[in-house]
Design a protein around this ligand. Structure first.
Ligand code: FAD
Ligand code: NAD
Length: 465
């Protein structure tokens, strides 16, 4: 450990095994917490990270990473199936083997807690297991242990939103879904957002009968309606039922499985019912009142620098802060902002202007920047360039039939305001649009850019016309 001249930094754990004073106590070891902890530690601060579950956070253990492992296997299966009549002999008989994919997933997730904890220790950070609870504005209890802190970072992530209906306790979570050893023969996904669509697409490829229930007529409302409509068509063609305008009112056990009853009289049955109703900041049991940390409607009250409005020693980042979309790159961005504000004084605000995101269905859908509706409000006369891509060679050679784009270009300046893509390479190609937007490139600049050919990126010039 480098000698920083700060006595707390030498080894706070050894100095006071039952507690200790730290420059920074971080609550949560996910993307946001780990990045702030390591950045401040590298600057010589004494840092502890308190984690109530395994070290590693949602993305690495129960979110993006394990989901993308399953997606990669499912996508390979689907690709082979689609290309079966075009030369992949035996492709139509292929199916996702969930048990084998689960074992593959665990080869990624199982080592994470030990590795994350070891790398924190190596950096000179003190990892602490347990549930932290504020006792006062600068003191926390973790079991019997007492920690005092110059600063506290709340990076506890999010948890499934509470559903105030009878039988809500019967809902499985995305954690449970991603931990399944075998895929049940049927499942109902309540909510029509990222989690429901991603899980339903995986489940269908593993042979399950999947039903998505959405309370209104706008599933995946963060994405463009035309692209969502195309994805819905493709989703239904896979045999996934998508029930719109169905508000769940009661969940009950029925036989070996469950019945989900909706306000409009419809009932859906499945061996498993999965929560996909949104996630909220995980702030329970933190003793925020004792810490003088104000909340409003279940969210932390933060200033533009991600600092508590009521306790200036406390900051928040990522899903717990809930200032930007609940996504890993946002957690990472928040963390960089908070670390700067802690180390250099509060001058930096987060910038959520260019946040690319993808829903990992098969085919996937991706988006960055403004929606058409928003662009029309903010930029009257916005140019909308849109079209179907099913006939593009890069799409045709995958066998995929659902592919489309919508690009929004500012009138006059020609700047790209938003890009929305559906199709096999959407999550990769969207990053090119994100880069162009971040760099302030115009649509003309971008269409003049050389791209490797043939690739998903080489479609950009055609899309821009
Ligand atoms: C199924 C799923 C799939 C996802 N897929 C994607 C994706 O493909 N791309 C993407 O960008 N985003 C995805 N996300 C969102 C992404 O995972 C989160 O936005 C990101 O992990 C947030 O990081 P964070 O550091 O804020 O919180 P987290 O990673 O959730 O870390 C919070 C940590 O705090 C701990 N904690 C909770 N309460 C306490 C407490 N009281 N005390 C101490 N510790 C506590 C938790 O155990 C956790 O380790 C997905 C989310 C889910 C659920
Ligand atoms: N690929 C990714 O980046 C990814 C994947 C998974 C999760 N996430 C993150 O996690 C968050 C949570 O995911 P999620 O899918 O749970 O939430 P979500 O916000 O994406 O979707 C929730 C859906 O449930 C619907 N809904 C709400 N109440 C309902 C009710 N009573 N009955 C029926 N439908 C109802 C909403 O209208 C919405 O369509 C996402 O918003 C996203 O930020 C990201």
């Amino acid at each position: 450990m480098p000698d920083t001249g700060n006595p707390d930094a030498r080894d706070p754990d050894a100095r006071d095994p039952d507690g200790g004073h730290f420059d920074l106590v971080v609550l949560g070891s996910g993307t946001a917490g780990t990045k702030v902890a390591t950045t401040c530690r590298a600057a010589g601060w004494s840092v502890a990270v308190v984690e109530v579950r395994d070290f590693g956070g949602t993305c690495a253990l129960r979110g993006c990473e394990p989901k993308k492992v399953f997606w990669t296997v499912a996508e390979a299966t689907e690709r082979a199936r689609l290309l079966a009549p075009r030369g992949v002999e035996g492709g139509s008989a292929l199916r996702l083997d969930w048990g084998a994919a689960q074992a593959f997933k665990r080869s990624f997730t199982d080592p994470v807690p030990e590795n994350r904890e070891a790398s924190l220790r190596e950096a000179g950070i003190v990892p602490i297991h347990g549930q932290p609870c504020f006792l006062s504005p600068d003191t926390l209890a973790v079991g019997e242990r007492r920690l005092t802190a110059r600063h506290v970072l709340i990076a506890t992530g999010a948890a499934p939103a509470r559903l105030p209906i009878e039988g809500a306790g019967l809902l499985a979570t995305s954690d449970d879904f991603l931990a399944l050893e075998a895929m049940p023969e049927s499942l109902v996904l309540v909510g029509g957002g990222y989690i429901a669509f991603e899980c339903a697409h995986l489940a269908a490829r593993a042979g399950a009968r999947a039903t998505i229930i959405q309370d209104d007529d706008r599933p995946l409302a963060q994405f463009e309606p035309e692209l969502v409509a195309r994805l819905l068509e493709r989703t239904r063609a896979l045999g996934i039922e998508v029930a719109l305008n169905c508000k769940v009112e009661r969940i009950a056990r029925r036989g070996q499985g469950f019945a989900v009853e909706c306000g409009n009289g419809r009932t859906f049955e499945g061996a498993l019912v999965v929560h996909g109703l949104g996630r909220r900041p995980a702030l329970q049991a933190l003793g925020l009142e004792a810490g003088g940390v104000a909340t409003e409607k279940g969210r932390l009250s933060l200033d533009p620098y991600l600092r508590s409005t009521s306790n200036p020693r406390v900051f928040a980042a990522g899903d717990a802060a809930a200032q930007g979309p609940a996504l890993t790159p946002v957690a990472s961005h928040d963390a960089a902002v908070v670390a700067r504000n802690l180390l250099e004084g509060c001058h930096t605000k987060p910038d959520y202007g260019v946040v690319p995101s993808a829903v990992f269905t098969i085919p996937p859908m991706a988006s960055v920047g403004l929606s058409e509706a928003r662009a029309r409000e903010d930029h009257p006369g916005v140019e909308v360039r849109q079209g179907d891509m099913a006939g593009y060679q890069s799409v045709r050679r995958t066998g995929e039939t659902a592919a489309a784009y919508k690009l929004l270009v500012a009138p006059g300046s020609g700047l790209i305001l938003g890009a929305h893509l559906l199709g096999p390479e959407a999550p990769e190609v969207i990053n090119v649009f994100a880069l162009a937007m971040r760099a302030g490139m115009t649509a003309d600049d971008l269409s003049r850019m050389m791209t490797a050919y043939p690739s998903g990126g080489s479609n950009i010039a055609s899309m821009l016309g």
